[in-house]
Design a protein around this ligand. Structure first.
Ligand code: PEP
Length: 255
């Protein structure tokens, strides 16, 4: 079964809601409608921008998808500052980034927390973009494949195969995020292929063949072509380059 490529722009903590509207307009109008039949393009703004992005996309029937960068593992309650699955689902989010290395590092998110957030996302009908990736020392020690597949299996613990089918995995080597150091296409394929292999071992080949595996880390229009040409790379999670509407549209058009 052919997997539809996905290009998702992780804006991180950038752009207010007015800037968000301007960027979505630029991207949407730069890409011809027929293009969206081939490739899915999503933006992942900060929470404060989601309502504005929703209004624009719904109001103008734009074909872009959108989502959030994090989710609470809880549905409601005394969790000051957190945002829940029901809130994000009500805003029409399709995707939620879970387990990004910046959340693992700055918010001490463990594999156990990531697992709870994956479950919360699925419970409310949204698709997790589950990030896995190794630090430089892990790669230099040659343990990157095991590190990433362990993060993957831990994050999916307790899920039924039917739920795993819906998950998007993003391989993001930490040393390549925001550094300008992109992994080679062969590096990306090695880990994305191993992710699919681990999914096949645990959930069966049919499920593994359906799961989209993205690469993330300093992706731009100049390197997306080679990355997405790899057998197990089904798209990209894009940080810095997603903040420039022309560049994000250009790299999306090359997927
Ligand atoms: C990211 O943080 O998800 C990311 C891929 O960032 P960048 O493209 O800036 O490396």
């Amino acid at each position: 079964m052919a997997r539809q490529p996905l290009i998702a722009g992780n804006w991180k903590m950038n752009l207010n809601h007015l800037e968000a509207i301007a960027l979505v307009q630029k991207v949407a109008f730069a890409l011809p409608e027929k293009y969206f039949a081939k490739v899915e393009v999503a933006v992942l703004p900060p929470f404060t921008d989601i309502r504005s992005v929703q209004t624009l996309i719904d109001g103008d029937n734009l074909l872009l998808k959108y989502g959030a960068q994090d989710i609470s593992e809880h549905d409601s309650g005394a969790y000051t500052g957190d945002v829940s699955g029901p809130m994000l689902a009500k805003l029409g989010c399709t995707y939620v980034v879970v387990g990004h290395s910046e959340r693992r590092e700055y918010h001490a998110e463990t594999d156990e927390v990531v697992n709870k957030k994956v479950r919360a996302t699925l419970k409310h009908g949204m698709t997790p973009i589950l990030c896995v990736g190794e630090q430089l020392d892990v790669r230099e020690a040659g343990n990157h494949v095991e590190h990433c597949t362990t993060q993957l299996i831990n994050a999916l613990k307790g899920l039924k195969a039917e739920q795993v089918r819906q998950v998007v995995v993003a391989y993001e080597p930490v040393w390549a995020i925001g550094t300008g150091k992109v992994a080679t296409a062969a590096d990306a394929q090695e880990v994305c292929g191993a992710v699919r292999g681990a999914l096949a071992d645990k959930y069966g080949q049919e499920i593994a063949d359906e799961v989209r595996v993205l690469y993330g880390g300093s992706v731009k229009s100049s390197n997306i072509g080679e990355l997405i040409g790899q057998a197990d790379v089904d798209g990209a999670l894009v940080g810095g380059a997603s903040l420039n509407g022309d560049e994000f549209a250009k790299l999306s058009a090359m997927a």
